[in-house]
Design a binder for this molecule. Structure first.
Ligand code: PBE
Length: 268
């Protein structure tokens, strides 16, 4: 693999997202652990700003290193690659799991059952993400997906009864993947008669809201690595309903045209 000195060109910066994201914490860990990243920094801003910076770099064929994750529309839009992580800082395959407040099963059995049965594939989540990325309002994109995927949706509502305006509060973080999943689940619940509120929070507060029962649940728990520290802190106070998506991943992502394959190649 090539040994171009990209560090100097990009100011030894890894373009990060929200400060509370697991992938940002893992990237900071990588900076500590890899000699090739000595002197690098992980900048923080937002997922949207990261995506804009990535698009601009690609337009100009310039180098950039971003905190990346799958599922994400950026892989459909651009030629990108994950940098190999020989030290395993970013973990292996991740699952996205559903967490609800304790007691939800008795309090709102139909909501609990829908959340428990919600489960889809990366390609399905990416359909919703792409539509949003192409300009659709998230709620509209979710509505379209739900009406075009009756089989999936009926497997999530199977065995549940419709309700009449029962309130449900879902929390999430404004990451593209979680905007897609949370809007889809909210739409399914609305069609079953629920009054659904979706509240965007930072990562820590999202976990805390489910743990202290302020929110009913979330479909945005990336485990075992990405949100490992949140799970350690709040895992005992929430009910884990298992994976809603398998085969997720986080890592450092670069454009295909960069002559590096591994984090160890970043600086000669
Ligand atoms: N993400 C998307 C989140 C989880 C979902 C990878 C940006 C994170 O890093 O915490």
């Amino acid at each position: 693999s090539g040994k171009a000195n990209y560090g100097e060109e990009i100011n030894y910066e890894i373009t990060g997202i929200e400060a509370g994201a697991g992938v940002v914490a893992a990237s900071q860990d990588a900076v500590e652990k890899y000699d090739s990243l000595a002197g690098w920094e992980v900048s923080t801003s937002s997922s949207g700003a990261m995506a804009t910076a990535l698009g601009e770099a690609i337009d100009n064929e310039e180098p950039i290193v971003v905190t990346g994750w799958t599922p994400h529309w950026k892989f459909a839009e651009y030629d990108l690659k994950y940098l190999e992580d020989p030290q395993g800082v970013f973990g292996d395959a991740e699952e996205i799991k559903t967490m609800v407040k304790t007691g939800l099963k008795d309090e709102k059995p139909n909501a609990y059952k829908i959340l428990d049965q919600f489960q889809w594939e990366t390609s399905q989540m990416e359909e919703v993400m792409l539509e949003i990325q192409n300009g659709a309002d998230p709620a509209e994109a979710a509505k379209n997906w739900v009406s075009n995927n009756e089989d999936a949706v009926s497997s999530w509502t199977e065995g549940t009864e419709e309700v009449d305006g029962k309130e449900v509060e879902l929390v999430y973080v404004n990451w593209d993947s979680e905007i897609a999943s949370t809007n889809v689940v909210a739409e399914v619940m609305k069609e079953q008669g629920f009054e659904v509120t979706t509240t965007p929070l930072d990562n820590g507060p999202m976990w805390e809201a489910v743990a202290n029962g302020e929110a009913d649940g979330m479909v945005a728990a990336w485990l075992p690595a990405t949100h490992g520290s949140q799970f350690e802190k709040y895992g005992e106070q929430v009910e884990d309903l298992g994976a809603n998506l398998e085969g997720a991943k986080i890592g450092l992502v670069v454009p295909e045209y960069m002559e590096v394959d591994s984090i160890e190649d970043l600086q000669a």
